[in-house]
Design a protein. Sequence first.
Length: 474
Amino acid sequence: MSPEDFRRHGHALVDWIAAYWQRVESLPVRSRAAPGEVAAALPGSAPERGEPFAAMLEDVERVILPGLTHWQSPNFFAYFPANTSAPSVLGELLAAGLGVQGMLWATSPACTELETRVLDWLAELLGLPAAFRSDGGGGGVIQDSASGAALCALLAARERASDGAANERGCDRRLTAYASTETHSSIEKAVKIAGLGREQLRIIPVDDHFAMDAGALARQMAADVAAGFTPAFVCATVGTTSSTAVDPVAAIAAVARRFGAWLHVDAAMAGSAMICPEFRALQAGVEQADSYCFDPHKWLFTNFDCSCLFVRERGALIRALSVLPEYLRNRASESGAVIDYRDWHVPLGRRFRALKLWFVLRHYGAEGLRHHLREHVRLARWFADQVAVHPDFELAAPVPFNLVCFRHRGGDAGSEALLERLNGSGRLYLTHTRLDGRFTLRLCVGQTHTEASHVEAAWAAIRAAAEGTAAPAG
Ligand code: PLP
């Protein structure tokens, strides 16, 4: 494709995306595709001859679009958001166009230094401890996901707890990790990948608000030490996946410190809210953490993938992950004056992801971001207020951020039927969880263009659908 053709097709594609964003609200939010339907519309083999770009765009419209769930719809209230924005998409395009590989400082100094600076900005914006900044002994790095970030934190914890022996000889099954019944499954996955063994993961109970019981954590760690185990890693969550419950970070930090365990704080979605100072009390104690993760690709208007991991002591991460083959040696690395992010995560190669984050931060400004996040929380609380006073519904958990967990009083069957009816309508999309063993609906407000009218329409649709589905009580 010549530069002229690229310009022409690129303009057409940007026009298509802009038009998509304008019409996305009118499309059924959850895809109606049946299993295999999209694949059946695609040829069984790759084309032998090159095809015109226009044909690809036509197929996007004809084949791909009906197979999409529209995460950017303002009526998307499911899971957690994956909100994006125009500056982010343009940053992504630029990163692809520049096509640089930032595995080492030397392979593109700007790729590393922009990332370092933008993550320092974010550490400051989130009110994270100074130690998490690059000039404080630690620093931030963009990872592919909160799951990958947790794995890296766990590997650093494993090496710290074993004095580097696990890297040399493998895990000896004496290291233990701790999470709650509500912790995201990525921690269990990380424990398996890191070789600790699933049996070495202790699952701590939660309180009435689904937050980790720090007393139970302390008792479990004491029992483990008495039995000859070494507590290596504990994950506290700020904003759990099911209900955005907030673990008591300060109390957990005190326990972790007493037993010498690494404390990782997983604030995958809710961390974005910390840009607003009024939410920071919810993660008091974070200054004691060894690592902290949040995903701008969830609730900070930055498209996938962009997960930020901050560590207190970068040496711990680097010691766990660094391997140095001859072909990567260079003078800048050996000078010790530069960061080589390849040592901060699992992959070697890395994209220029800082560009989109930089564009987002500069486009909105901290003030603009705070405005949008506060508005999402305000809308979620408005919705919770409606639920709380309606005779047919009840709240199922506190609402500290932008997620409302609620139930139909008709019981599990009523709530489940209601969910299917709503999602089948195409007008909105919610998902569910189980809290206290009961089927619970989740409405999460976090899409870039969700406004009061969308949340009001969602509430009206939920009430209308409930009138047709109310199951007998009990
Ligand atoms: N941690 C929490 C609390 C989450 O809610 C999620 C996803 O929803 C994750 C981790 C995993 O995020 P990622 O997809 O970035 O790995």
